[in-house]
Design a protein around this ligand. Structure first.
Ligand code: AMP
Ligand code: MG
Length: 348
């Protein structure tokens, strides 16, 4: 073989290897991840597969805009927000609302019904009453609870022709139990429209897997400090949301009162429930159902979960011999728990 041919064949081999290496790199599904801190600083994580760095940067810019926009609608504490305007409605008057606001109200109505009234974003006057009582350091008396209760009830929220009005004075909405889940749904839809085939969203603990493939989510141990897991669950397309009374509560007379209110008696929930994790369905559905299960407790809660297509749940309930973990049968094969928790499982 003459010298120039030999050089050529070496160059050809190098080129073939380079092309092969490039193909391997290209076929590797690129995983991209970014976290930002909207909604008063909650970590909002987005994972997307199959995106170039440039595409993912543009995706994230669009995600941030959408999340900011929705926060400006759904956050009752944010000055100038659409919800602040709704909550400030003069008695008897109505207000034209955005399609996003119509959607969250319609979804809330749906989940209010599906949860037998346990999920009710009109509990705001009761939330405020219990917060105030926490500051005062004394329990509210029955008359104050009754007064607040008269301003609660989702059936008193009326939407017609794109306008909302309240059937009672003093009513107001709080979407704290559904908004993060709905925002996760909206972000997943936005990413899919932009061409992201699969990914994961974690909106401050409200998980959502979208597109093809299965993803593993950790589940917080309700008896341990933040970040310690009781186990993990594999999810294919659907939400993973945990609601619990272990992190947020008011203290009155040395006792803890949950931040979740039972709309049926106006009291902070106190039914032995420690945490409820919902797996499946939409982000909004999993979020509102998780809160509702905390209210319903394990008996009614298990019935409601069984009545819903596409939703599974794990309920952690305190007991005299330590906590019991109620796991819906469909979930068992996709759930791994630490040994100490696995010993406490009962299927339903
Ligand atoms: P989550 O952390 O998703 O369980 O939502 C709890 C938040 O939802 C609370 O901090 C309240 O703002 C609000 N909330 C409390 N009780 C209820 C209820 N029964 N239905 C709907 N929202 C509630
Ligand atoms: Mg919730």
């Amino acid at each position: 073989m003459n010298r120039s041919l030999k050089v050529l064949s070496v160059a050809a081999i190098v080129a073939i290897f380079a092309i092969l290496a490039l193909l391997i790199v290209r076929s590797e599904p690129s995983r991209r991840e970014a976290t930002f801190f909207p909604m008063g600083g909650i970590p909002f994580k987005v994972v997307a597969y199959g995106r170039s760095a440039v595409e993912f940067d543009a995706d994230m810019a669009a995600v941030k805009r959408r999340v900011e926009d929705l926060e400006q609608r759904f956050n009752r504490f944010k000055e100038g927000s659409e919800l602040a305007a709704v909550n400030g409605l003069d008695p008897g008057s109505s207000l034209e609302i955005s399609s996003d606001m119509q959607r969250i109200i319609a979804l809330s109505r749906e989940w209010h019904g599906a949860s037998l009234g346990a999920f009710d974003p009109t509990v705001t006057p009761l939330i405020e009453l219990w917060r105030e009582s926490g500051r005062e350091g004394r329990l509210p008396d029955a008359s104050r609870i009754a007064a607040a209760r008269s301003m609660v009830g989702f059936d008193k929220v009326r939407v017609r022709g794109g306008k909302v009005r309240f059937a009672r004075d003093g009513m107001s909405l709080d979407f704290g139990a559904i908004a993060k889940g709905l925002i996760a749904d909206e972000v997943a839809n936005l990413l899919m429209r932009r061409g992201v085939a699969r990914g994961v969203i974690d909106a401050g603990g409200n998980g959502l897997a979208f597109g093809a493939g299965s993803f593993r989510f950790g589940i917080q141990d309700p008896m341990k400090e933040r970040g310690m897991l009781m186990g993990a669950v594999d999810v294919t397309m659907g939400g993973v949301v945990t609601s619990g009374s272990y992190e947020r509560f008011v203290k009155i007379g040395g006792r803890r009162y949950s931040h979740i209110i039972d709309p049926r008696d106006g009291m902070p929930v106190e039914n032995g429930m420690i945490a409820a994790t919902v797996v499946g369905g939409t982000g909004a559905g999993a979020d509102s159902l998780a809160t509702a299960l905390m209210v319903l407790g394990k008996d009614e809660g298990r019935r409601v979960v069984k009545s819903l297509e596409g939703y599974d749940a794990m309920l952690v309930e305190g007991g005299p011999l330590g906590p019991v973990v109620w796991v819906s049968a469909n979930l068992a094969s996709r759930l791994v728990l630490t040994k100490e928790w696995a010993e406490r499982v009962r299927l339903f």
